[in-house]
Ligand binder design. Structure first.
Ligand code: SAM
Length: 253
């Protein structure tokens, strides 16, 4: 299925947006995530890919939201494979990389579209030892970091869709050397990868369930989680932050 064939379940987006508006618990967790993404961005114009209900802009300044289809929730229609080359300071995406069948075509497109020194900031599910078990038990999408292998072109499922929540750990841990080398050929460099989040998101109820804890208690949980060392989070975390920078503008013609 090509990007053009994607149809949108607008009702699902509208339901998610309602849940967002009504749940301070859910918003508190996402706001923490958006703040972390904003902290990795450079000042200047930012493009978000796969924006869904388009709420990141509430915490990230100068953000242009986008998705495959222009809906009431986003500013523009943009494919991750054909990013408009508008000298973006940062290109962001949350929970989108693991839906990309051709991640290096996305990186190539981003390399062209970023200004020199610009950044790609990705928030992704983390298929850590605990994270992979958690997602396999509680989430409908596959999480198989071992399947993230060269040539990094992935088939769709029977419904014409692709998801592997193991994409982040697959690229940045298991295939780190290969990923770094392919990115270097595009003039890109992995700046940092770090792990975050344990129980605050599940306790917020996400978009499908009622919250188990109020927003103030979730903030306490998040503050504790932020203090856990990376040596622990690398095994347990449910999310990871990937920052890639454009180091060599000449690498991409
Ligand atoms: C799991 S949703 C994440 C939505 C939102 N960022 C969030 O975290 O709630 C994945 C998003 O990626 C978008 N997406 C999938 N393939 C894409 C592509 N090739 N280019 C741009 N966006 C894409 C989908 O339309 C969807 O909005």
């Amino acid at each position: 299925m090509s990007d053009a064939d994607i149809t949108y379940d607008l009702r699902l987006l509208q339901q998610s947006r309602k849940k967002w508006d009504r749940s301070p618990a859910l918003r508190s967790v996402y706001e923490d995530i958006f703040r972390a993404m904003a902290a990795e961005c450079l000042a200047g114009p930012k493009l978000e890919l796969g924006s869904g209900i388009g709420v990141a802009g509430e915490k990230i300044p100068d953000l242009v939201s986008s998705d495959l289809v222009k809906t009431e929730f986003v500013d523009r229609a943009v494919s991750a494979y054909e990013i408009p080359a508008e000298s973006w300071a940062s290109i962001l995406a949350m929970d989108t990389l693991h839906h990309l069948q051709r991640p290096f075509d996305f990186f190539k497109s981003a390399a062209t579209a970023l200004r020199p020194g610009g950044r790609i900031v990705l928030m992704e599910p983390a298929g850590t030892g605990f994270g992979a078990r958690f997602y396999r038990r509680f989430h409908h999408e596959p999480c198989v970091p071992e399947e993230i292998q060269p040539p990094f072109g992935f088939p769709t499922d029977g419904n014409g869709e692709f998801a592997n929540m193991g994409m982040g750990v697959g690229l940045m841990e298991r295939q780190r050397a290969e990923t770094a080398s392919r990115l270097a050929a595009l003039g890109l460099r992995i700046k940092s990868v770090y792990y975050r989040d344990l129980f605050a998101y599940p306790l917020s109820g996400g978009f499908s369930n009622p919250a188990w804890l109020p927003a103030w208690a979730l903030k306490v949980v998040m503050a504790i989680e932020h203090k856990l060392p990376q040596s622990v989070m690398r095994r347990l975390a449910l999310r990871m932050v990937i920052v890639i920078e454009k180091t060599d503008p000449a690498a991409i013609a």
